[in-house]
Design a protein around this ligand. Structure first.
Ligand SMILES: C[S@@+](CC[C@H](N)C(=O)[O-])C[C@H]1O[C@@H](n2cnc3c(N)ncnc32)[C@H](O)[C@@H]1O
Length: 240
């Protein structure tokens, strides 16, 4: 298991290649490369995209800012997911739970597992669940290279404004692929890099083409893009 901070560029571990290659991929996903780190990046590149720094837990106030209602329309985003009431969903890179607590009432017979690598985020999540008396949101400590959830245990995975900062995206996607049941889905929300009007730093945005390139290389099938959000893509991928 790798820990936060171990983000040196490396070839993908044999386990990732073996898992993806044997089960779902004709060829292994490309290795990481290195570049001079840009101010918001870690200098590690996956399929042409420099990975951004992780947002630290002192940024919880920023995650909870009221402007997100206008910038992201979170309730509309959650409606667009169209999840079944009994769905088991992992919110990966859950942060303060901004989406997890809005999602929880939509899965009253299911649950939301908030995965993060920062214990402080999970402490905030637990305290808020107690305060709001929400029973179907729970936290889970992940690692930079995996979510640590059992095989076939998830109906869906949600990633909001988080994937672009995963230091080991290929390993994370392999881990999510394994944890999803067949036909289980990833819902990816990232700020639209194609749209110059979206006032977000470059490494914190992503194009649809880039996301598709990475997810398809790691064994996911692209299903569709669901339009209607102010600043973000909502891209749907499926475990074949
Ligand atoms: C910008 S925050 C977004 C939080 C939340 N999704 C939201 O939209 O409010 C990104 C979060 O992803 C987490 N993160 C980064 N790498 C991760 C990984 N490999 N696994 C799980 N969480 C990760 C960070 O710790 C941080 O809490």
């Amino acid at each position: 298991m790798l820990i936060l901070g171990q983000v040196r560029a490396a070839r993908l571990p044999a386990t990732v290649i073996a898992f993806c290659g044997a089960v779902l991929l004709a060829s292994p996903p490309p290795a990481y490369t290195e570049s001079k780190a840009s101010p918001d990046g870690i200098g590690k590149v996956f399929m042409g995209r420099e990975i951004s720094h992780v947002m630290g837990h002192p940024g919880i106030g920023w995650l909870e800012r009221t402007e997100r209602e206008r910038e992201e329309a979170p309730l509309k985003a959650i409606e667009l997911l169209k999840l079944a009431p009994d769905a088991v969903v992992a919110d990966i890179g859950v942060g303060s739970g901004y989406y997890a607590f809005r999602l929880a009432p939509k899965v009253p017979k299911g649950r939301v597992i908030g995965v993060d690598i920062q214990p402080e985020m999970l402490e905030f999540l637990s305290a808020k669940a107690r305060e709001l008396k929400v029973k179907n949101v729970e936290g889970r400590l992940g690692s930079v290279d995996g979510i640590g959830l059992p095989a076939g245990s998830l109906d869906a995975a949600l990633m909001v404004d988080a994937y672009h900062e995963f230091s080991h995206p290929a390993e994370m996607l392999a881990s999510i692929l394994k944890a999803l049941r067949p036909k289980g889905r990833i819902y990816l929300l990232e700020y639209r890099a194609e749209d110059a009007q979206v006032p977000i730093k470059r490494l914190h945005k992503m194009t649809e083409a880039q996301a598709r390139k990475e997810f398809e290389a790691c064994g996911f099938r692209f299903v569709e893009s669901r339009a209607g959000l102010p600043w973000q893509h909502l891209l749907v991928f499926e475990r074949p």
